[in-house]
Design a protein around this ligand. Structure first.
Ligand code: NAG
Ligand code: NAG
Ligand code: NAG
Ligand code: NAG
Ligand code: NAG
Ligand code: NAG
Ligand code: NAG
Length: 800
């Protein structure tokens, strides 16, 4: 008995050894299956299963900094961005460590995924004493089956994540769940499944609310060609691009037939799409989508916000007036009121939001009503947050809906009514800060960063950057932000930080690493903005500009990270890119991309810029300032716009540096006393600084105007300049000089334009540019245009 057990145990060991040997010997050639007792390890990149046809791979895949998932993907990455197209994930909500995590097919017949601390992150919950194999089939299905016979114990097709491959059915037991974002594969809020009425549709399942948004929820299923009588609930995408669903919903993709690879995917934006690839050396493209115009999707901007969409610019969220983002990193949290609600009728007032509608949560609905009845209806109810009032053309009367919640808001020009928002009397909230989508030009998730490949220019002559004038007027913005951000943003981001940073390919550097990269901080290339900038060569051969902050904060690393994370997430092709940071002990450093062509200041003085370059720079800088002021992240003031902070890449595309180091402003907090410490640079500073008036985004508008005047005239506002009659002008008189010229002469343009530009310019464009610049530098703050208005004026006339 005892002997017998020993023997069988030895046999078992031998067998498992044999299997693991087989596994490890075969893993170098990557087999398509795994036997009992063997594992795939996260540490060995060769440890993966590859389907016989080579199309699919299964194994551990990196999904973030030191975060891995066990997944199935197309072996050939997308040729455009070299990203793997993942079709299934075992542990999307719980990534594992890059060390010692393993997927094992146990002798008990269970597949388990253990992370470094041996937590069971995922398992197939199967058991069998038969010999088994885990096999990756040619269609991308990972199956656990008995070696003898064909009994399938488990298959990945039964637990899809966000993707279906051709032939993989969607059934009553399965659903697609979108990922949280393009980079975060965790389960998100959007789902695709058969509802209780047997209709296949898209659903939003948010933190507090849920609703269906496709097919159109206000239409009956048979109005949209669906049938709810067939309860078999099955849908499948065929290999030629035809889709059949048991509710009679069918479509064929735009590339029916021909294509080699396809997937149907519920994207993180809540839209289901089919992607195709003609062959593996091509990119994926969309060959079908449920609908376009992503504001149709519910919950995209969270509660108390509006979504606007344009095909060119994509989707944009804005808080409604009087509300602010609950979590500035994440629109799904929506916006919260900045005021206290009152039930008192005489304390309420209404603000009209044209073409804005909110779907659902109607408390009362009346027809044939006039405006005052609608107002009264809302006032009668403490919970009425707003009402929607619109003319129903078809029937010739007005309709009134009172709203108890403001969900699924969207700006929708086709909607001819308005929503009237209930606000406390005497409020100062206005629509101005919220959306007017026609003006939005930049903050779109579709915009990609432009990566500059400095490879060939490594040894090109290096230009100084951040050549900030040293002196009494040097900017100290940075200290203020660190402090104020520590106060305001603490908990909100700190927890999520690690992940976000991983998201954007932004990373932490060690002090030693940066010391080495800069050869012991030996090559100083600039100073100012709160620190000294050094040139460095990173271990991956990228040239970087590394800024070492003076007076490093004693605050914790978490807060510093939270702050840097915000800046790191700013994403615009005309912003200098931050690659990472270092926070160790008393050291605080920031790592930026390095720009070959130095600053605008150097280029102006060495006179390398022709008229068209100058105009493009002016427009690009206006765009990026509009982005900082009005788009993505509430308000961010730069505080120190000047030619030294505008850097030029190898194509003379400008990039703004030192952004985000200024104070991230709360819209309702313009009078924050900490701002009064901030100084810009002499010559570029708005009068508000000097007269100690409240600081708004108009300080940047002023500085921008000066920079543009400098680009036009070639004369610096800081150094003084010689005018034609040889008389030395006094410092800072640039604006007066241009104004006087304009007032006194019809040929004023010719008189002010930088002689280096010569006659090679478009006179009408130049005139617009000069006029806009003069508008920007008026003393009266409120008369200066906003940056988005500047963009409009330049764009319209510059037809660029
Ligand atoms: C229900 O749908 C399935 C799958 O499309 C189909 O095979 C079946 O014939 C349908 N049943 C009825 C009663 O229409
Ligand atoms: C399904 O659609 C086809 C073609 O669109 C139509 O002829 C058929 O009547 C529909 N079936 C049901 C049950 O609605
Ligand atoms: C992929 O398609 C391109 C262009 O259609 C063709 O040149 C190339 O040879 C194809 N590659 C393969 C592997 O079929
Ligand atoms: C939206 O605003 C209402 C007040 O209008 C507030 O009660 C609610 O909590 C807000 N929703 C969120 C998600 O903050
Ligand atoms: C409502 O507000 C008005 C004006 O502020 C005030 O006179 C009145 O007493 C308030 N009514 C209640 C019930 O609080
Ligand atoms: C609005 O309608 C109500 C009842 O329908 C009526 O009493 C009131 O006079 C109307 N007000 C206006 C301004 O037309
Ligand atoms: C991804 O999203 C989930 C759910 O919102 C969140 O808990 C997690 O921290 C996020 N992960 C990353 C890497 O951002």
């Amino acid at each position: 008995m005892n002997n017998n057990m020993d023997f069988s145990f030895t046999l078992f060991l031998l067998v498992s050894l044999a299997f693991s040997f087989q596994c490890s010997s075969s893993s170098s050639s990557s087999s398509s299956s795994l036997r009992k007792g063997s594992s795939l390890s996260v540490e060995n990149p060769e440890d993966k299963l590859i389907s016989h046809n080579g199309m699919f791979s299964a194994g551990f895949i990196s999904i973030g900094q030191n975060a891995y998932s066990f997944a199935i993907w197309f072996t050939e990455p997308n040729s455009l961005n070299h990203k793997n197209t993942i079709v299934w994930m075992a542990n999307r909500d719980q990534p594992v460590n890059g060390k010692r995590s393993k997927l094992t097919l146990l002798n008990t017949g269970n597949i388990v995924l253990l992370d470094v601390s041996l937590n069971n992150v995922w398992s197939s919950k199967t058991s069998s004493l038969e010999p088994l194999e885990l096999h990756l089939k040619n269609d991308g299905n990972l199956v656990l089956l008995e070696l003898q016979g064909t009994k399938i114990l488990w298959q990945s097709f039964d637990s899809p994540t966000d993707t279906l491959v051709p032939g993989q059915p969607l059934t009553r037991y399965t659903k697609l769940v979108a990922s949280r974002s393009d980079t975060n594969h965790s389960s998100g809020f959007y789902q695709f499944f058969f509802d209780d009425e047997n209709i296949l549709g898209l659903h939003y399942n948010g933190r507090d609310v849920s609703s269906s948004y496709w097919p159109k929820p206000w239409l009956l299923s048979w109005d949209v060609g669906r049938s709810n009588f067939n309860s078999s609930r099955i849908a499948v995408l065929g290999s030629f691009g035809e889709f059949y669903s048991s509710d009679n919903f069918t479509f064929t993709t735009s590339d029916y037939g021909s294509v080699m690879q396809r997937i149907m995917k519920l994207d993180s934006d809540g839209v289901v799409r089919v992607y195709s690839r003609i062959n593996v050396s091509q990119n994926w493209y969309v060959s079908w989508q449920a609908f376009s115009g992503t504001c149709t999707v519910h919950g995209v901007c969270g509660a108390n916000s509006t979504c606007s969409y344009s095909p060119k610019l994509g989707r944009k969220c804005s808080c409604i007036p009087g509300y602010r983002m609950k979590n500035p990193n994440d629109w799904s949290y929506g916006c919260e009121p900045m005021f206290d609600f009152t039930c008192n009728k005489s304390e309420s007032t209404f603000l009209e939001m044209k073409n804005v509608e909110f779907y659902g949560y109607d408390f009362h609905y009346i027809e044939i009503c006039n405006f005052s009845t609608c107002v009264d209806l809302c006032l009668q109810d403490c919970n009425c947050k707003a009402f929607q009032f619109s003319y129903w053309e078809k029937h010739g009367f007005y309709r009134c809906f009172t709203k108890t919640q403001l969900q699924n808001g969207r700006y929708y020009p086709i909607f001819e009514g308005s929503t009237y928002l209930r606000l406390p009397k005497g409020n100062t909230f206005s629509l101005k800060q919220t959306s007017n989508p026609s003006n939005n030009d930049v903050c779109s998730e579709k915009l990609q960063r432009v990566y500059v490949n400095g490879g060939e220019n490594h040894f090109v002559k290096f230009f100084l950057w951040f050549a900030t004038a040293i002196g009494a007027f040097q900017t100290v913005c940075i200290f203020v932000i660190w402090c104020s951000l520590f106060r305001s943003n603490q908990k909100t981001y700190a927890d999520q930080q690690g992940y976000h940073i991983a998201d954007i390919g932004f990373r932490k550097f060690s002090y030693l690493e940066l010391k080495k990269a800069t050869k012991g901080f030996s090559q100083e290339i600039g100073r100012g903005g709160g620190g000294v900038v050094y040139k460095g060569l990173l271990s991956d051969e990228r040239h970087a500009a590394i800024k070492r902050l003076y007076n490093a904060q004693q605050g914790g690393e978490g807060e510093f990270l939270a702050e840097v994370g915000i800046i790191g997430r700013l994403n615009h092709m005309n912003l200098i890119e931050m690659w990472g940071y270092c926070a160790e002990g008393k050291y605080r450093l920031l790592v930026y991309e390095y720009m070959e062509n130095g600053s605008l200041a150097e280029n102006l003085s060495s006179n390398k810029l022709d008229w068209s370059k100058r105009f493009k720079i002016a427009l690009a800088i206006a765009r990026v300032l509009a982005y900082l002021h009005e788009e993505c992240l509430e308000w961010i003031l730069h505080c120190d716009i000047k030619p030294q902070n505008i850097l030029l890449d190898s194509n003379f595309q400008p990039k703004l540096a030192d952004f985000g180091l200024s104070k991230l402003k709360n819209r309702n907090n313009l009078n924050n006393s900490s701002v009064s410490m901030i100084r810009g640079t002499r010559g570029y500073m708005a009068p508000e600084w000097i007269f100690n008036l409240p600081i708004t985004s108009k300080v940047d508008v002023y500085s921008y105007g000066i920079v543009v005047l400098e680009m036009i005239t070639g004369k610096s506002p800081t150094t003084g300049f010689k005018i034609v009659n040889g008389e030395e002008e006094s410092v800072g008189r640039l604006v007066t000089w241009v104004r006087e010229k304009r007032g006194s002469s019809i040929s004023w343009l010719e008189e002010i334009v930088d002689p280096n530009i010569g006659l090679n310019y478009d006179k009408s464009k130049m005139e617009i540019l000069a006029k806009v610049a003069l508008d920007c530098v008026v003393d009266e703050r409120d008369s200066r245009p906003t940056m988005s208005r500047v963009v409009e004026m330049l764009q319209y006339h510059g037809n660029d």
